[in-house]
Each structure stands twice: as C-alpha cells, then as structure tokens.
Design a protein around this ligand. Structure first.
Ligand code: AMP
Length: 537
C-alpha cells in the first residue's frame, strides 16, 4: 500500500487574489467610465479594495454560500466584486443587464440573491424590477459622480476598511453563478466552483489556447455577465496582464480608440462586434495604430470565414473558440497544430480550418453522437456534440427534471451539431433545433450563412428551416444587404453554386436586420415563427 505524499492544497481564488498583488502589484487596470474618461489603478490598489469589499460584505452579514448579484458593466469595481465575493465565501452571480427586467427578477429570485451591487448608471433598469426581486442589501457604485441615495455607497463602504476575516474555503465550494442565455426555454443556473474556475483559467491561459501572458494587454469586450467574460478577468489576474475594461461604450469607433490608446493586443467578443470593427477599419484603414498581430478572440456564435479574411487584411488575427454557460465557458480553441504549420496561411483550406471552433483544451473531452453511436472523427459525419471535464456542469441549480441534458454515462449534451476531423478540430454546423432536415438530409445552416456572408453585398444572413409539403423542411435564407449595396436572389443562388442543389436555400428574403438575443446570438426561433407560413412557389 502506498499513498501520494503530495500536499492537499485547495485550488481557490484566494490564491489568485493574493498572488495578483504580491507578484504583479504594478500591473494596471484601466477602465473607461460612462463619461469616457479613463479610471486607472494598479493590481495593488485592486487587491486592497477587493479586501475592503470582502470586509464590507461580511460586516453587512454575508455568510458562506450567500449569493451576491452584480448588475454592472465591465470595469474596475466589477473586477473587485469578481474576487471579493468568492474570497469572502459568497457566490458571485452576474446578472445580464440586457434581459427584460421581468426575466432579471426571475433569475435573481431563482438564484436566491441576498445582495446586489449595481452601477449607478444602471439604476433606472434596476428600478424596473426592484419590487419583484428580494435583495436585502443594495450597494451602488458611483460611476457617474452623482450622490448615491438608492442604497449603500460602494466607495463609502470601501473607505470604512472593515476588517476581513478570510473564511475556510474548500476548492469545491461554490464561487460563481451564471444563467444560460438560451434562445428558447427558461434560463437555467450553473454554479461554478473555486476549483472549476481555477482549472479553467490554467487551461485557457496555455500558449496554444488564449495564450495569455504577463506582457499582454487584454480587453474583455464580452460582458462580465456573459459566462464570466469567458474567464478572461480571472485568467488575466492569474498571469498579471494589464486589463483594459471598456465600460458601457461598445461601438466600433469607441473600441478602436481604446485599443489604440492603451495598445491592447488581446480582445474577445461575439462575431457581430468584430463585423463592426471590420467595417470601421475598411472605411478608414489609416485612422488607428493598432498593435500589429492583435488577437481578436471570437466566440458565442460561429465565426464566419469572411470575418477572418476581412480582418487579416488589417493585420488583426481573428481566433475562434467555442463554449457554453455550462462549460465555464471555454472548451475548444482554434490554433494551428504543428502538422499544419507549413500550410500556406492564405490558402482556402487554411481559412476553412481557422474558422472551425477549435480543438479541445486539456481535460476537456469531446465526442459526437448520431443515433446513439459515436460518429467517426472524419471531419464529415455530423453528430450531437457531448462534452465532459472538470469545468463542465454536472447539473443545474435547483432545476428538477433537467437530467436529460446529461447522457446515462455522464456526458453533457450540448445541443450543438458538430463534425470532428482526424486532427481533432471540431466544427459546429448547427444547433440541433436549427438544423434543416430536407428530404432526410441534414443541411448545415451555419455553412450556408458563412458562405452568404462572404458575398461582397451581404452584411449577414440567417438560414432557417421552413416547413415544406414535399421535403419536410427547406432552407430559407434571410439576408441583410450591406449599406448602399443591392443584391438579388439569383446572384446569391449563383454564389452558392459549390453547394449541392438540395442544400442551397429554396428562397431568399431581404430584411433590414436580424433579431438577436441579449448575448448576440441570432434569434432563429423568432425568424422561424415569422416565416412558418411561407408559400413556396
Ligand atoms: P452561451 O451559453 O450563451 O454561451 O451559448 C452557448 C452556445 O453558443 C453554444 O451551445 C453554441 O450553440 C453557441 N456557440 C458558442 N461558440 C460557438 C462557436 N465557436 N461556433 C458555433 N456556435 C458557438
């Protein structure tokens, strides 16, 4: 009989917080405020303020496991809450400020939130659901400089420097919470542990994945209420990177100004954002001096190949990743493996690979199933993606009856349809419910959308399944033309000539915009409803 002689050392965020100040005290955190001025402080200030917040929460009665909600943009105070709440033994519950107030209230009640930290500029939103939620303590962050009257003043609480008594924490203790932003159905709560966040940060930071280092300057544009800004704040603090927080101004010009001013070299967000950035750069290619080779991480929805090509022309590297609320979120990340390193980077094959969702992180396992059987890794056969790993949810918070999301042998069913190739690159071809099933064949709506987006006159496109008397379903393309451009159905159909005849849209409609969810995904359910009675000719 032999036992390991290694220490039992819990993987908690307390270590991340302390280390941030001890080793990287001079690293900067820059936040753009609502009036567009820049707020600057260092990791050392951040640490002192996070400890002060932890003490204040304890003084207000925070007990282990209490939920502390945030209704905030991306900035220094939100970052302080990110570490202070879990290190005080609480559970950080980031509320999605883009949801309908009734939905925010439902989520806050379902989660059992006791505390709320809210930006003063978001108080008008808060007032719309204040009565429906049951917060015992409201703390207001004075971002705009106006006097605080709706709750405790965040800055005054911190100035009190209430003593902080670090609680005993185990690595499996709950640390954070996020609700799914599903395109259909009720939002469901996922509770992250200290351990899952730490392991996710370690794995994503690796060179081939986010590749974050101490020398990087990182801007999470993805909101801190969308799956912990994909873990970037934690990962950045772990390596001591400079953080540049965009606050509420997320239009392309404001972002480009910030990237230039702070020389940002890594940023992350959903594809629609980067479309805007590309258009701004196309319009005024000389206006901004960006860091050469800047990395734009894209996730939350499939990355169109046209976007990668378009931003390559401006010296910006678009890198897709894949994830879900239930997977912390990052599970896949796209990098060029050594066996492909000699490929011509500008070849069509290379672009097709670069647009895939990526290869699995260490300790993140994938398989794709069709008709109950695992499909081969041939890059062609589609199946439902199932995943497992230490930062994948094993259940939802207080949601009896949701067990069908997990397979009998414990894998999480993602609801995404994917192919996996021999080299391990996963390509998402659809959400299960968005698949077009035409005459017994599966048609990938994402492939068609990406091909349409590559047409010079197309801004974006959504392809949906519409009932058809003969084929069961046929694809309908809903297209937004670029400003000032015009295009016909015939031209688009010809543009898709590389697709099999049955796989091309059976009709095209032109619209001014495609409805989107609070986290930037196309609302295909809404489109399907709008076009369900389409008369095929
Ligand atoms: P959320 O829980 O809001 O992060 O949404 C997760 C869903 O976003 C996934 O199940 C996918 O359908 C979609 N998604 C995220 N990343 C990608 C990607 N790289 N390609 C395609 N779909 C993606």
């Amino acid at each position: 009989m032999i036992e390991s002689t290694m220490m039992h050392f819990p993987l908690t965020l307390t270590h991340v917080l302390d280390r941030a100040a001890r080793l990287f005290g001079t690293s900067e955190i820059v936040s753009r405020l609502p009036d567009k001025s820049l707020h600057r402080h260092t990791y050392r200030d951040f640490h002192a303020r996070a400890i002060a917040l932890a003490g204040a929460l304890q003084r207000l009665g925070l007990k282990k496991g209490d939920r502390v909600a945030t209704l905030m943009w991306n900035h220094y105070a939100h970052l302080e809450a990110y570490l202070a709440v879990p290190c005080a033994g609480g559970v950080l519950h980031t509320l999605n400020l883009r949801l309908h107030p009734d939905d925010i209230a439902y989520i806050a009640r379902h989660a059992g939130d006791r505390f709320l930290i809210v930006d003063d500029v978001l108080l008008p939103l808060f007032e719309k659901f204040r009565e429906q939620a049951a917060f015992e303590h409201v703390i207001v962050v004075p971002l705009s400089g106006a006097a605080v009257s709706a709750g405790d003043d965040y800055e005054k609480l911190l100035a009190e420097r209430f003593p902080f008594v670090p609680p005993e924490l185990e690595e499996n203790d709950p640390a954070g919470m996020c609700y799914t932003s599903g395109t259909t159905g009720r939002p469901k709560g996922v509770v992250y542990s200290h351990r899952s966040i730490v392991l996710h940060s370690l794995a994503t930071a690796m060179a081939d994945y986010l590749g974050l280092s101490n020398r990087d300057t990182v801007t999470p544009v993805v909101p801190m209420f969308h799956v912990n800004a994909w873990g970037l704040p934690f990962t950045a603090l772990m390596v001591g990177a400079k953080l540049v927080m965009p606050g509420p101004h997320l239009d392309a010009v404001s972002l480009l100004d910030l990237y230039e001013a702070e020389q940002v070299n890594v940023t992350a967000g959903v594809p629609t954002l980067w479309h805007g950035i590309q258009q701004a750069l196309d319009r005024e290619p000389q206006r901004w001096r960006l860091v050469p080779g800047m990395r734009m991480i894209v996730g939350g929805a499939a990355c169109p190949e046209a976007l990668i090509r378009g931003l390559d022309r401006h010296g910006v590297r678009v890198i897709p990743g894949w994830g879900m609320t239930e997977t912390s979120p990052v599970g896949l990340f796209n990098f060029t493996k050594r066996e492909m390193a000699d490929d011509d980077d500008a070849s069509d094959a290379s672009y097709a690979r670069r647009a895939k969702a990526g290869v699995p992180l260490p300790f993140f396992e994938v398989r794709a199933l069709a008709d109950g059987r695992e499909v081969p890794w041939d890059g062609d056969t589609m199946g439902e993606l199932e995943v497992r790993g230490p930062w994948v949810a094993a259940s939802y918070h207080d949601e009896p009856g949701s067990g069908e999301q997990w397979s009998a042998d414990g894998w999480f069913r993602t609801g995404d349809i994917a192919t996996i190739d021999a080299a391990g690159y996963v390509k998402i071809t659809d959400r299960i419910k968005d698949l077009v099933k035409s005459g017994g064949e599966w048609i990938s709506s994402i492939d068609l959308e990406n091909a349409l987006a590559a047409h010079p006159a197309v801004q974006e496109a959504a392809v949906i399944a519409v009932p058809h008397p003969k084929w069961g379903e046929r694809p309908l393309a809903v297209v937004v033309a670029k400003e000032g451009a015009s295009v016909t159905s015939e031209a688009l159909h010809a543009h898709l000539s590389s697709f099999a005849a049955y796989a091309r849209p059976a009709a095209y409609v032109f619209v001014a915009e495609i409805p989107r969810t609070s986290t930037g995904k196309m609302m295909k359910a809404k489109l399907r409803e709008a076009y369900k009675d389409w008369r095929w000719t």
